[in-house]
Design a protein around this ligand. Structure first.
Ligand code: S3P
Length: 193
């Protein structure tokens, strides 16, 4: 089966709190595809949480493990991938992901992202740990990362504009159906039904 018949990966990137994992799970259910979250995959391989990898080996150790996971998952077809927020900063990761997939960048109002990230617990997110102003930190990260994120993106979706999770998933699926080779014929028919 060639890649077009198999369907390409649908990849979700963007800052912490944009809803990559939640949306990936929903899209996977909607399309009947398997999904992978790169943070979860790193944790599974390392046998410890992301925060612990940062604490013991520093960010560089985490990025190395993350790139290994990306190299592995990017090769698969017909997956939904939720990326850790830093994945798209590495051009090597982006090249691998785009070779076999389409990248949707999730963006949003830093105030809402901060609220979501804080609700999920900043302890899990080393880049926010001990940060008294989570919103300000996310605002700065958004600025620093904007160019790399936008360069990697095939499509940009604001997840803080009032649409429900179902509406967001629906809009992404409709967009995906119009992208050559992203969905399989069967998936496209199911979306249209
Ligand atoms: C990071 C985001 C995190 C995780 C790590 C670093 C980043 O993932 O990979 O803490 O650099 O933005 P989420 O975006 O899923 O929180």
């Amino acid at each position: 089966m060639n890649q077009d018949e198999q369907g390409r990966n649908l990849v979700l990137g963007g800052l912490m709190g944009t809803g990559k994992t939640t949306l990936a799970r929903r899209l996977a259910m909607r399309l009947g595809r398997p999904w992978v979250d790169t943070d979860h995959a790193v944790e599974e391989r390392a046998g410890c949480p992301v925060a612990e990898i940062f604490a013991t080996g520093g960010e560089a150790a985490f990025r190395e493990r993350e790139a290994e996971v990306v190299a592995d998952v990017a090769r698969r077809g017909r997956h939904i991938l939720a990326l850790g927020g830093g994945v798209l900063l590495d051009p090597g990761n982006v090249t691998l992901l785009r070779a076999n997939g389409v990248i949707v960048l999730l963006v949003g109002d830093p105030a809402v992202l901060a609220e979501r990230a804080s609700r999920a617990g900043v302890r899990k997110r080393p880049l926010l740990q001990g940060e008294p102003d989570v919103e300000g930190r996310l605002r700065r990260l958004a600025q620093e990362r904007r160019a790399a994120y936008e360069q990697a993106a095939d499509h940009v979706v604001d997840t803080t504009d009032g649409r429900s999770l179902d509406q967001l998933a629906n809009d992404i699926v409709i967009w995906a159906a119009a992208q050559p080779g992203l969905l399989t014929d069967a998936e496209r028919k199911a979306v249209a039904a």
